[in-house]
Design a protein around this ligand. Sequence first.
Ligand code: NI
Ligand code: MN
Length: 227
Amino acid sequence: MKITYYGHSCFAVQCGTFNLLFDPFISPNPKAKDIDITSIKADYILLSHAHGDHIADAVTLAHQNNATLIAAYEITEYFSKKGVTKYHPMNTGAYVAYPFGKLRTVVAQHSSTFPDGTPGGNPMGFVIEAEKTFYYAGDTALTIDMELIARKHQVDFALLPIGNNFTMDYIDACDAADMVKTNQVVGMHFDTFPYIEINHREAETYFAKRNKTLKLPAIGESFDIYP
Ligand code: NI
Ligand code: MN
């Protein structure tokens, strides 16, 4: 399962023949200035919530790829008014079959308002069952709801926010990995802004002490997760 990191919380994950793109925030991110947006392929664009640092390039990339937007109802409504024609509205608690696999929408303990003040509905995380099963947490605090994920799924790896201040920090992310019962974590939502800068060595060492792997991808890096 090939994964490409585009900075902040934006990843492309290849599920069979389908490219899933999560939370595109590339053109406003100075750290991702070397990413050529026109080269990004996406069949589906999944948005965890409506904050600007998760949706900035959603319309551009949806048009460029004729991609289907998957997000909270309030978010797909908002983007349908901005000209996006292919979308699938959801809310938390769902478990839906898509061509790329099954998708569960889970609770994220966060907020969700568009930059212009429009309410974005519930923030959410995603659990995707394809060749591998993975949890994309979006922006969230550590929450006991995460234990429910392990009751329903065998999670192979998790993409978790680790930057602190707006989300959980890497210590809580390690607890989150315990709750969803995975040892393979990919960090996101770190270093983009001064508020969320982290010490990579400390974070990686902390995970290693708890017998877990924390992958901190470089922007533009493609990698695979091996069990
Ligand atoms: Ni947010
Ligand atoms: Mn955010």
